[in-house]
Write a protein that binds this ligand. Structure first.
Ligand SMILES: CC(C)(COP(=O)(O)OP(=O)(O)OC[C@H]1O[C@@H](n2cnc3c(N)ncnc32)[C@H](O)[C@@H]1OP(=O)(O)O)[C@@H](O)C(=O)NCCC(=O)NCCS
Length: 166
């Protein structure tokens, strides 16, 4: 049970905001710790440069997660979604994914796609919880320690919503 002083501590404020170039070093540190085959810092900079939707999740203004998504021709593609290990299991991944999907729907997108390793059970559980369904498999898509690993292709149909609808 929490002690009285703990109960009086304010909850650190969580926010989602656009990623900017100065954030890339912190984002890359989380990326490197999270994946065996991480994106380089240059890939994040490229995503910013080409105008992909890049967001960071902050807790008390410290970056604890991020999401990257491309949009076009009615489709959104979730390219990266990651929460720092110490902050997982607290709803932040779901919050970030819902934010990306909301933004896509507000921009008129009607379908969301993503790829995930079949071995990534926590990510698969999150995607399924939000209604994503498997629509394909890309053979040998990912690098893996022992060669290559397949990718499950997941899809979610969303109701297109213009920003003015809200
Ligand atoms: C996948 C990831 C983003 C999930 O973020 P998270 O903040 O831990 O997830 P949440 O706390 O929002 O959980 C949301 C839902 O995901 C599922 N989930 C999350 N972690 C899980 C776990 N360890 N085991 C089973 N289900 C899990 C549950 O359905 C959960 O809903 P619930 O809390 O109502 O049960 C996070 O684990 C991560 O960053 N992993 C490393 C990077 C990665 O693999 N990204 C995905 C690449 S495709």
């Amino acid at each position: 049970m929490a002690t009285a002083p703990e109960l009086l501590k304010p909850t650190p404020s969580t926010a989602i905001r656009p990623m900017a170039s100065p954030d890339v070093a912190e984002v890359f540190a989380i990326e490197r710790a999270a994946y065996a085959f991480p994106w380089s810092a240059g890939i994040f900079r490229d995503c910013l440069r080409v105008g992909y939707l890049c967001r960071v999740l902050t807790i008390a203004e410290q970056i604890c997660g991020y999401g990257v998504m491309s949009m076009g021709a009615g489709e959104m593609h979730v390219l990266n979604l990651c929460i720092a290990e110490a902050e997982r299991g607290r709803g932040h991944g779901r919050r970030m994914l819902e934010h990306l999907l909301e933004r896509g729907a507000a921009a008129g997108m009607t379908e969301a796609f993503l790829e995930v390793r079949p071995s990534n059970t926590s990510a698969l559980a999150l995607y399924r919880a939000l209604g994503f369904e498997q629509v394909g498999m890309r053979r040998g898509y990912y690098q893996a320690v022992n060669g290559r690993e397949d990718a499950c292709v997941l899809k979610l149909t969303v109701r297109a919503r213009r920003a003015a609808d809200t």
